[in-house]
Design a protein around this ligand. Structure first.
Ligand SMILES: [Zn+2]
Length: 122
């Protein structure tokens, strides 16, 4: 329980840092605050993390198989991550590393309908 809470908090922190970095560099944000679009994105991301059904077992949102973001939000988040992800290593190597490690965790989805085996029935 504690471990999951820590992971969720860390994921939130990582995403906050990424959005902040992106906004500051791309939108000329004043730093420390986000422009309207980015703060909306940020709120949405935080909410997604809270509500994600996979949060307790998931890797990072970047490779979450559920894709709980709305399509338009997801595109934006991906842009932010693509922009800030590599830059994290210079300024925030620790959260970047932890984020990578989280991403390596395997997710096991609840079992769905299994694919029938290829053996032809005759
Ligand atoms: Zn912005």
């Amino acid at each position: 329980m504690g471990e999951n809470t820590r992971r969720i908090r860390r994921e939130k922190k990582t995403i906050s840092v990424m959005i902040e970095m992106y906004c500051r560099n791309r939108h000329d944000g004043p730093g420390g605050t986000l422009c309207d679009g980015c703060s909306e994105l940020h709120d949405d991301a935080m909410q997604r993390i809270d509500e994600c059904p996979l949060c307790l077992a998931k890797p990072t949102c970047a490779n979450c198989p559920i894709h709980c973001y709305r399509p338009e939000v997801r595109g934006h988040v991906r842009t932010v991550m693509r922009y800030s992800g590599p830059r994290m290593w210079g300024r925030h190597p620790v959260p970047a590393l932890l984020h990578e490690l989280d991403g390596l965790r395997k997710v096991t989805l609840p079992a769905g309908p299994t694919r029938p085996s290829g053996r032809p029935r005759s």
